[in-house]
Write a protein that binds this ligand. Structure first.
Ligand code: AMP
Ligand code: ZN
Length: 482
């Protein structure tokens, strides 16, 4: 098979580029992680499924991957203006709990979702508050040349570096009204690097600094952790598309100041060679939110009887740069597709893994490699997987090897998943799986005895409890909850 070069869309150049690692044979990736003030919604999790597919692809291509995902437990404000409240402080006050307890609870909830979606563990989860000293050092290093102090904190002067806002394609001269709320700023887009605790107030989280007691600005943490853990310039920086507008341009500005590099004509001067952004998961009613309407957490999907990997499948069916609209019908379709694949894979589970380089599978393997190398086209890659599963009259072990190899990238856990595991009882169901199975067995026995009255009565009583008996289902499912 010919080696297909990996092409990735770089948001900084707005072009698809061939991936060339900074350090030969290695891939160093930084992903902006969650702010742990609340549960992640499934839109947030799309960002990590995307980053996971990227990481898996790099590993699959043979690069030695170092992936960092941070946990933001300080500094992220409720709005992009520097006058908002810290999200963590606000939630802690609302819940009358310590920030540390809030952070612990929601970090663990996030990790549970990561696990359920079969997202691989990064090399490190870097927690922002573990890097406060480094953040202060970083700020000290750039303060003289690039920052100025106001009563409310230390601000970064975006006019001191070249090409500010290139990532967002923002026009700074006209100003960005959304950030221009702090009196005394030199440029509308200037942002806080250090926020001083206002006189007479105490915050749960505050540290001493040359600019007074306070807390770091959100953008600072990612510059500091990315640089420290991966070294500037590293290969790829990822996040959701909203970060393309403010968070990442500001991170880039800090990196330019810190590394004393020039303009962004050279992508590396930004601190990373490639900046990648996933598009949003949206609801028909508009943007997904943690406050409006039904809060779409992964647990809600599970409570309604959908296996979390059905949501992963839903993400894979769309290109990461396309907006994806969430609907329950779409999720159901993704689950059905996953069931079909799992059923075919179950037949391969007893096979010993063979040699995948069999010529019968060459077209599917080529198609898969070409798709995934084409800016992570997972939807076409999925089709290649299904085509490989459909190949007839072939050694099962060879097929197993081909499918396993593809799933290393897609991460659907196809050889761990079972048909039973995919059938989740909705929380609202009145009957347990064990009870259903017992009734199904009793019905089978009645049918063997030709006691159709009993068999019909069991079917009716199950139907009354929301269980549909599916005789002759092509997928081999005997029942489903409706
Ligand atoms: P946050 O915890 O708010 O910092 O967000 C975590 C990640 O989710 C960031 O990379 C965001 O850009 C991303 N994100 C937020 N909303 C969505 C959405 N609806 N769809 C996809 N990604 C999102
Ligand atoms: Zn970040």
């Amino acid at each position: 098979m010919t080696e297909t070069p990996l092409k990735l869309f770089n948001s900084l150049t707005r072009e698809t580029e061939t991936f060339t690692p900074v350090h030969p044979g290695e891939a160093r990736v930084y992903t902006c992680g969650p702010t742990v003030y609340n549960y992640p919604h499934i839109g947030n999790m799309r960002a990590y499924v995307f980053a996971d597919v990227l990481g898996r692809t790099l590993s699959w291509k043979g690069y030695d991957l170092t992936h960092i995902i941070n946990i933001t437990d300080v500094g992220h404000l409720t709005d992009d203006a520097d006058e908002g409240e810290d999200k963590m402080e606000k939630m802690a006050a609302e819940k009358a709990q310590s920030i540390w307890d809030i952070a612990k609870h929601y970090t663990e909830a996030y990790w549970a979702d990561v696990k359920a979606l079969n997202i691989r563990q990064p090399a490190k989860w870097s927690v922002a508050t573990d890097y406060i000293d480094e953040m202060i050092d970083f700020a000290k290093g750039i303060a003289d040349k690039h920052c100025y102090e106001l009563e409310s904190g230390l601000y970064f002067d975006v006019s001191t570096i070249e090409d500010y806002g290139k990532l967002a394609r923002a026009v700074t001269e006209e100003g960005e009204g959304r950030i221009d709320t702090v009196e005394g700023k030199r440029n509308a887009a200037d942002f806080a690097i250090w926020r001083k605790t206002p006189a007479g107030e105490t915050r749960q989280m505050e540290w001493d600094s040359p600019w007074g007691k306070g807390a770091p600005g959100w953008h600072l943490e990612c510059s500091v952790m990315g640089g420290k853990l991966l070294g500037f310039p590293f290969d790829i920086h990822t996040g959701g598309i909203d970060h393309r507008e403010i968070h990442h341009p500001n991170e880039i500005a800090q990196n330019q100041a810190h590394c004393c590099t020039g303009g962004l004509g050279e992508a590396e001067n930004s601190g990373a060679r490639i900046w990648m952004h996933n598009n949003f998961l949206v609801e028909r009613s508009g943007k997904m939110s943690k406050s409006a309407g039904e809060f779409l957490r992964l647990q809600l999907l599970i409570d309604k009887g959908y296996h979390p990997l059905a949501y992963r499948m839903m993400c894979l069916q769309a290109h990461y740069r396309s907006e994806l609209e969430f609907s329950w019908e779409g999720l159901q379709a993704a689950l059905t597709r996953l069931k079909r694949i799992v059923m075919q894979v179950e037949r391969l589970k007893d096979e010993l893994t063979g040699d995948p380089s069999h010529q019968k599978f060459a077209p599917m393997r080529e198609k898969f490699a070409a798709a995934i190398s084409d800016d992570l086209n997972t939807s076409v890659a999925l089709v290649a997987l299904e085509e490989a599963l459909a190949v007839k009259k072939v050694d099962g072990g060879v097929k197993r090897a081909v499918v396993e190899d593809m799933d290393r990238v897609l991460g659907l856990d196809l050889f761990g998943l079972t048909r039973e595991a995919l059938r989740i009882r909705p929380k609202s169901a009145e009957i347990t799986e064990v009870e259903i199975e017992a009734e199904i067995l009793r019905r089978k026995e009645a049918k063997v005895e030709k006691d159709y009255a009993t068999s019909d009565a069991i079917r009716a009583s199950l139907a009354a409890k929301g269980v549909e008996v599916m005789d002759g289902d092509p997928l081999g499912w005997e029942w489903k909850l409706v």
